[in-house]
Ligand binder design. Structure first.
Ligand code: 5GP
Length: 211
């Protein structure tokens, strides 16, 4: 049995908030498993299938919905996105932390999920851009999206930002290094929760420290 159960770190925030970079960096540092989502949107230049996303046709996505393969799924910016159960459950059971980068609808689905393993594991964080002007600059600066896409993402971002009070934690983005330090501090603190110990220390006369 692993010394503690895995944490499911659910991260939302508008496109351009920097949340994907934070989640990816955590996985690159081997601090958590990054849940690779399925999507019906077209790959952007440079994106790699099955690393960035599992890119699916509409029919293939619908087949996986019908098969009950998704922990949650939602329509975001006109495309379907979904988290596979297989990207989350086995890892948590093995004591591995999982980070998922999903929109506010997906986070609401995970929040209302009745699976006790998910509820025990779940921690949610909303990443806020420092200002609307900075968000627009970040969205434009990517150089990968059309003007119409940027306008849609900006409008969606403003709507999405209304949801931050539903989250347990909020990170107001500053510099990438500061953001990452605070992000890791959150995970470190969550790992120290007594309720995450696989064995109840109250039953031990002399509990041992677990990492
Ligand atoms: P993008 O197309 O820019 O990669 O992502 C667009 C939005 O979809 C982002 O807000 C991202 O967090 C969200 N997203 C990515 N994967 C999932 C998923 O599996 N489920 C949900 N609900 N949203 C997702």
């Amino acid at each position: 049995m692993p010394p503690r159960t895995g944490i499911l770190l659910v991260v939302s925030g508008p496109s351009g908030s920097g949340k994907t970079t934070l989640c990816r960096r955590l996985a690159a540092d081997k601090a958590a498993h990054y849940s690779i989502s399925c999507t019906t949107r077209q790959p952007r230049p440079g994106e790699i299938a099955d690393q960035d996303y599992h890119f699916l046709s509409q029919d293939a996505f619908e087949a996986r919905v019908a098969a009950g393969d998704f922990l949650e799924h939602a329509l975001v910016h006109g495309n379907h996105y979904g988290t596979l159960r297989s990207e989350v459950l086995g890892h948590l059971g093995a004591g591995t932390d999982v980070v998922m980068d999903i929109d506010v609808q997906g986070a609401a689905h995970v929040r209302s999920c009745t699976d006790p393993e998910i509820q025990r594991a779940r921690v949610d964080l909303f990443v806020m851009p420092p200002s609307d002007a900075e968000l627009l600059a970040r969205l434009t600066g990517r150089g990968t999206d059309s003007e119409a896409t940027i306008a849609l993402r900006m409008a969606n971002a403003i709507e999405e930002m209304r949801h931050w009070p539903s989250y347990t934690y909020r990170l107001l983005s500053a510099t990438p290094e500061e953001d990452y330090a605070r992000f890791k501090a959150l995970l470190t603190a969550e790992r120290l929760r007594v309720s995450r110990l696989a064995k109840n220390p109250a039953q031990d006369d002399c509990p041992t420290q677990t990492p």
